[in-house]
Design a binder for this molecule. Sequence first.
Ligand SMILES: [Zn+2]
Length: 535
Amino acid sequence: MKHISKFASIAALLSLLISGFGQTVAPPFPVKRSETADTWRRDGWSAIDKAKLEKIRKGPAENVILFIGDGMGVSTLTAARIFEGQQRGESGEENRLSFEEFPYSALSKTYSANQQTSDSAPTMSAIITGVKTDEGVLSVNQNVVHGDYRTVKGNETKSLLEMAEEAGKSTGVVSTARVTHATPGACYAHTADRDWESDADILRKAKDAYDAKFPDIAKQLMAFPYGDGLEVVLGGGRQKFLPKTTKDPEYNNLTGERLDGRDMTKEWTTKYKNSAYVWNEQQFKSIDPKKTRHLLGLFEPSHMQFEYDRPTDKGGEPSLEEMTTKAIDILSQNKKGYFLMVEGGRIDQAHHLGNAYRALEDTVELSNAVRAAAKKVNLDDTLIIVTADHSHTLTIMGYPARGNNILGLVRQIGEDGQIEPDYSRDRLGRPFTTLNYTAGPGYTGAAPDQPEGPKKYPAKAPNKGITNGRPDLSKVDTTDPNYLQEATIPLPNETHGGEDVAIFATGVNAYLIRGSMEENWIFYVMADALKLGRK
Ligand SMILES: [Zn+2]
């Protein structure tokens, strides 16, 4: 795309005059392999040959592993793969996340029964029960009124995890978010409000439901009625399982939050034989999967740390990859097979905070977990699916040159085919980053002279004459892990995106992940593999 370069080079020249010569601009990461026309041809033919050799594995499957990158939209995947490659000092674009090597993929339509752009509650409900539903509710159908506990009974939709337990399989949920949060919660709980994670939450949000003793999500996990209960529950959310009167083991100034006085971490080990409860990395590492049938691990009072912050955690936390492999080691001892859901739960939360760095690092960690899982299982008896519940408003913009730092300011290729000496400049003469959000905390202020817009489209000179409205990023390190990407609309929380997300699959039934799919169809691919749920 060269059509903007005349403007751009005038702007660049102006900005050099404005900002002064001699300002250092970051060089791109080098393309480390030698690339010629033959490289692209050889890669293309070998991809075709590999695709032709791909064996179609038809059901039944013993095991299903479902990975959810919460909020892991397509722009997040692209940015994360470049980010990972650049951390190795490479240009990054040619890198592939582990699951981008899977043979089958599709697009997933993430609208819910009453939302164009969804939250995690109806989307995970759709994936795990096969039934789309309304905003804010977990694994119930759309007859349920959000926040009205009286409408739940009779409208529950059974989850694949529940069906797997009924069939005598082992089951597990692993998440870096609270294990009572929407995505893991939808696997085992049925509720009119995703926020009813503890009884204290219910009292705060719906006194009528509290007075009627409607069970909170943690309580539903403990009272799980199918099979012999979940074998593996790993993640954050300790406060939801400890009484208000009990001090948190990791943080002196915190306590549990339960009002009913129940210590569910103790109940877990009395309820199940050969069971264990752990809350830090060392205890987690000492767990022998051969001797442990039921493992509960709650590593933070609330969500676990972002992968970037994990090394500084007080009590120590396992990584998503370590939790995933331990879960498989425990679950795979069941001859009848297993169902495991693994969530990279904080990709979404970093995006909400307007911080691309942490979202990308958590996406790379999800990729690590998927790689480790795929290495451990036999794809002739296992289906692995990787998808997102919904997208986010992260955008990849400008015309950055190959290898330009994905977190950096845009430098583009000039008409002479060389990377331009200066950053690309906007109408104010200011540089901009490749990654931005449409909304969120990264908004920096209004331009008072923003024009109303041209009378005729396309405009000859859109937003000509504006004099402020953007920060001068030439003095900012936008690659800093704490940098908040700019946002167009000032919102305290960046929002979800409504466009389709990707699904990747390998193993038994993976070939059924194809084309454009409704998000809830993922359930039927998994259920068909396990021969469950069809009446
Ligand atoms: Zn979210």
